[in-house]
Each structure stands twice: as structure tokens, then as C-alpha cells.
Design a protein around this ligand. Structure first.
Ligand code: ZN
Length: 334
């Protein structure tokens, strides 16, 4: 990319193979996911750290080609996937379980290519049973869902869990992981067409509600007027009010995504009357990505690959993802 704009700004060009630093690994890219983050970096909605020429791509899976002098855990030939960001590994936050908020955090980029350099810290080995197409998306979808459901919201057997944006990249694994945790899962989606798919992956109930519709009555009807113990909110402002109304007394509200720019407004009394807990999720740690890889390898969670396209069709892939009509990840193969 030499500028931001329509999908046509994505062009194939020859570039030198990246030169790795001592703590980096050169990856021969097997597959790269097209995330919504890539879309906003391309169309201009996202500006942070944008310099040209820029190679997009933070959902990388591939084979280790070469390792830097300080790399100890990986060697040429290993198959790996990555977190979508790299951290220092040394600061207070990195060392107390808050690596996702490292002050030196920087996004992975450069995956839309034959080779990319990524720090060792951001990479996790994958077994031969996982394809690159499945593995590339784990850091941004399954890993985040695992963080949200297991570690932040701490979903327990028998609890009722509401998942918003349930047919999206974090929504689908959130439904699967909540179900595998022994919870009763209520999935909310905007599209009637996605109802059956959500039931197939394990949702006990599906509520189809366009943005802005108050679906809390449906949730109450499904929960004997108790509400849900946990909300896993992948949408944000546009579903906040009905989702909060759906929360049981003493419930946990986990914020995973905010797809729109609006703010939310709430009378604080409603929070303490409900004894509600609001918790921010925020990406996934390396150990959580390792666990996500193990979960997928065990067959309990299945990454959804919507379509595989050659790198030359990156613009087409972006148009599909921006249009929002796909269930699962669109994946590019260089
Ligand atoms: Zn750090």
C-alpha cells in the first residue's frame, strides 16, 4: 500500500526479504487472515503507526525459515502462528500477566507477503494437524475468546452466557468455548441467515435482533426472568443497553469489541442495584494463544475458514470482509 483508500490501493510489488533482528524469526508465510483491523488500516479509519509503503497482515501462520541469534525456542522448519502484536517481555506489565497492555506493544504487520519478520515472543508452535489456513486466525479470534470466556469472565458450569456479535470472528469461538465450559449459551446476531449456523456450533438459543432492538425481553423469557450471568460483548455501544438489561444480579459484563464510535450512557445506580461487574478484555496473551492452539487441536473448537484466495486477490478479499457478509475468516495464501 502506498496510500489508504479503496481496496484497489492494494498492489502486488516485489520487495526485499525482511532482514531479521537477533530476537526475530523469518517466517515463510503459509496463510494470512484478512481481519477487520486490516480493513480499517487500509480504508483510513485507523491511522496509528501508518507509514508508507505499508504491507498489511497481522494474522500469520507459516514455517520458520531462519531465526535470529537470540532465539532459543524455535528453529528452521517449525510450523507457527502468531499473536497480532509484539511486546517487550521485560516491563512490569509484561511480567505480571498484562503483556497485552505492554507500553512497547506494537502490531504485527507484513503478513501479506511471502516472508515476514516477527519477534520470537509473538509466535506459538502449531501441530501438523492444523492447517495454516485454520491457524492464522487463532491469535485474533479463538485466543481472544478464550481470554474473554475462561480468564476474564471466568464462566462456570451451569451459568447462562449471552454472546453478542455471535457470528463474528470472536463471537463464534466465544459460543463454542462457553458451550464447552458447560454454560447455557444465548447467541445474538443481526442476521436470520446465521441462526442455523450458530445452533450448529453449539448455541442453545439464538436471538436475531437488528442493531438497536431491545432483545432483553427475549433473554428474560429464556432465563425465567433471571437474566444471564455473563455477557460476552463483541459489538459494544449498539447492543449495550439491551445486553445490560439482560444481565442477572451479580453478573459480569465483559467488553471485547466496540465496532462503532458512539458512547454509552448509564445511570451508575443501575450498576450497583444490579451488583454488576464491568470487565475489559483486550486481545490475548501468548499462553492463551498456546491454549487456543491446544483447544483447536483437540477438536473442541473449530476455526471457520470462509474462503481461501491467492494473495493477488487481496483487494477482492477486503471487499468481502468490508461488506460483512462472510461467516468465518477470509484467508490469503501468498
Ligand atoms: Zn512490556
Amino acid at each position: 500500500m502506498h496510500e489508504q483508500g479503496a481496496p484497489s490501493v492494494l498492489r502486488i510489488e516485489d520487495m526485499p526479504v525482511p532482514v531479521i533482528k537477533a530476537n526475530e524469526v523469518l517466517i515463510k508465510v503459509g496463510a494470512v487472515g484478512v481481519s477487520y483491523h486490516d480493513v480499517v488500516e487500509r480504508n483510513g479509519a485507523y491511522q496509528r503507526g501508518v507509514h508508507f509503503p505499508m504491507v498489511l497482515g497481522n494474522e500469520v501462520a507459516g514455517t520458520v525459515e531462519k531465526v535470529g541469534d537470540l532465539v532459543t525456542t524455535l528453529k528452521a522448519g517449525d510450523r507457527v502462528c502468531c499473536k497480532p502484536f509484539q511486546v517487550c517481555g521485560m516491563c512490569r506489565r509484561c511480567r505480571n500477566g498484562m503483556e497485552t497492555a505492554c507500553k512497547k506493544r506494537r502490531g504485527v504487520r507484513g503478513g501479506y507477503a511471502e516472508y515476514v519478520a516477527i519477534t520470537e515472543e509473538a509466535l506459538v508452535k502449531i501441530p501438523d494437524s492444523l492447517t495454516f489456513e485454520e491457524a492464522c486466525m487463532l491469535g485474533a479470534s479463538t485466543g481472544v475468546a478464550l481470554n474473554a470466556v475462561r480468564d476474564v469472565a471466568k464462566v462456570q458450569i451451569g451459568e447462562r452466557v449471552l454472546v453478542t456479535g455471535a457470528s463474528g470472528g470472536c463471537g463464534i469461538p466465544s459460543v463454542e468455548i462457553a458451550r464447552a465450559s458447560g454454560a447455557t449459551v444465548i447467541a445474538v446476531t443481526r442476521s436470520e441467515a446465521k441462526r442455523q449456523e450458530l445452533l450448529d456450533i453449539g448455541a442453545h438459543h439464538v436471538i436475531v435482533a437488528p442493531d438497536g432492538k431491545d432483545f432483553s425481553g427475549d433473554v428474560n423469557a429464556l432465563t425465567q426472568d433471571e437474566g444471564v450471568d455473563v455477557v460476552i460483548d463483541n459489538v459494544g455501544s449498539r447492543v449495550f443497553t439491551p445486553s445490560f438489561k439482560s444481565l442477572a444480579v451479580g453478573g459480569r459484563y465483559a467488553f471485547v469489541g466496540q465496532l462503532f464510535r458512539e458512547e454509552i450512557s448509564i445511570n451508575p445506580a443501575r450498576i450497583f442495584f444490579k451488583r454488576a461487574r464491568f470487565i475489559g478484555v483486550g486481545s490475548c496473551r501468548r499462553d492463551q494463544l498456546e491454549d487456543a492452539v491446544a483447544l483447536v487441536a483437540s477438536g473442541k473448537v473449530k476455526p471457520r475458514v470462509a474462503k481461501v484466495l491467492p494473495l493477488e486477490q487481496a483487494a477482492e478479499a477486503h471487499a468481502m470482509v468490508e461488506g460483512g457478509d462472510v461467516v468465518g475468516r477470509v484467508v490469503l495464501k501468498p
